[in-house]
Design a protein around this ligand. Structure first.
Ligand code: PMP
Length: 361
């Protein structure tokens, strides 16, 4: 038996063991072809089947019709920070951005390179300790779109609901909470996520675009920078990140076997409840620095009374096989990234460690 540690890395992050085992099993000889899927042509019938199944699974799990294009692109979520303004802001138009954390701010800054941005809400002055209430988000009616980041990976905050934007297309970076709970995905004209947290390995980014939004995308862009190129070719205009797409298919099948988004949502809710309860039970020692109603289900941030204690917590946890707990370098502290592949049992172990650490401190 291979020893597997509890992996709290924020991304690349834990993958389901069942998925890794299938990858291992199928790697040398993919379904009797005598070669692996990553050695197959992206035009082969084997890979085309993988590509089509991954698209179908994504539509099924997110509850989307075939009016949504499902794309698998390279370049990470960060490249979408550039492609979205290029594709969707018309001459002289303004786009609206909600600024709730480091990645939300990066998206906004990239947009400012090519267009005027309206800041629809910002919690920057409050150290990003919360996301807005729906009625705090304000933007002009003629905005090209409203961009939100559904889960702020570094700060540990998450939208629990999304605004009704009427005529203004709603766009979301869902990199760190995609496929972790039910959402009304039909509200979004576009959503995207780097795969490396809840969907698979680094190297592939899921981009989902509704056809009415794609229809108004800017024309005349360089070929590879145009979402339409990728949509028209089912992401096969050029060589796609084949390994990532293949693993994403396995991860989506795994989610389906967990009872779909409803199934993983139940587990994720139990996980975050257990962890936040352990933090709240020791208020003189552990502290979650964000507003309660903005707490993330995926990235749970925590402070201890001193940095020295935080470092000891991380080191002692590592000795017990609890890895990847260091908070982002820009904010410090502890961060538990508890994506889908981290189990409820893993959280029980962690809470037990936290109780012992507190007693011995
Ligand atoms: N958005 C969010 C919410 C993220 O957490 C990250 C990565 N941690 C990114 C965007 C950037 O993703 P990538 O590294 O794939 O460009």
């Amino acid at each position: 038996m291979v020893k597997r540690n509890v992996n709290f890395n924020p991304g690349p992050a834990a993958l389901p063991l069942d998925v890794l085992k299938i990858v291992q099993e199928e790697l040398l000889d993919y379904r009797g072809t005598g070669i692996s899927i990553i050695e197959s042509s992206h035009r082969s019938k084997e890979f085309e089947a993988v590509n089509n199944q991954t698209i179908a699974l994504a539509r099924e799990l997110f509850g989307l019709g075939d009016n949504y294009h499902v794309l698998f692109l390279g370049g990470g979520a960060s490249t979408q920070f550039d492609l979205i303004p290029l594709n969707f802001i018309g001459a002289g138009q303004t786009a609206a951005y909600v600024d709730t954390g480091d990645f939300a701010a990066r998206a906004l800054k990239e947009c400012q390179i090519v267009a005027k941005v309206h800041i629809a809400f910002s919690s920057r002055e409050e150290k990003y300790r919360r996301v807005p209430k729906m009625d705090e988000i304000k933007y002009p009616e003629d905005s090209a779109y409203l961009h939100v980041c559904s889960n702020n990976t570094i700060e540990g905050t998450q939208f629990q609901e999304f605004p009704d934007t009427g005529k203004v297309p709603l766009v979301a970076d869902m990199s760190s909470d995609i496929a972790s709970r039910r959402r009304d995905f039909g509200k979004f004209s576009l959503f995207y996520a780097g795969a490396q947290k809840n969907l698979g390995p680094a190297g592939v980014t899921l981009v989902v675009i509704r056809d009415d939004f794609l229809a108004i995308a800017n024309k005349g862009l360089p070929t590879l920078l145009s979402y339409k190129t990728h949509a028209d070719n089912k992401s096969l205009y050029n060589t796609p990140p084949v390994f990532g797409i293949y693993i994403m298919k396995l991860v989506l099948e795994w989610i389906k076997n967990q009872g779909g988004l409803e199934g993983v949502e139940k587990i994720n809710e139990a996980k975050k409840n257990l962890l936040y309860s352990a933090i709240d039970a020791a208020p003189d020692f552990y502290r979650n620095p964000v507003d309660k109603d903005s707490r993330s289900w995926m990235n749970v941030t925590m402070r201890l009374p001193t940095e020295e204690l935080e470092n000891k917590f991380i080191a002692d946890a590592q000795k017990e096989g609890l890895l990847g707990l260091k908070g982002h370098r820009s904010v410090g502290g502890i961060r538990f990234s508890i994506y889908n592949a981290v189990s409820l049992e893993d959280i029980r172990k962690t809470v037990d460690f936290m109780e012992r650490f507190h007693k011995s401190a």
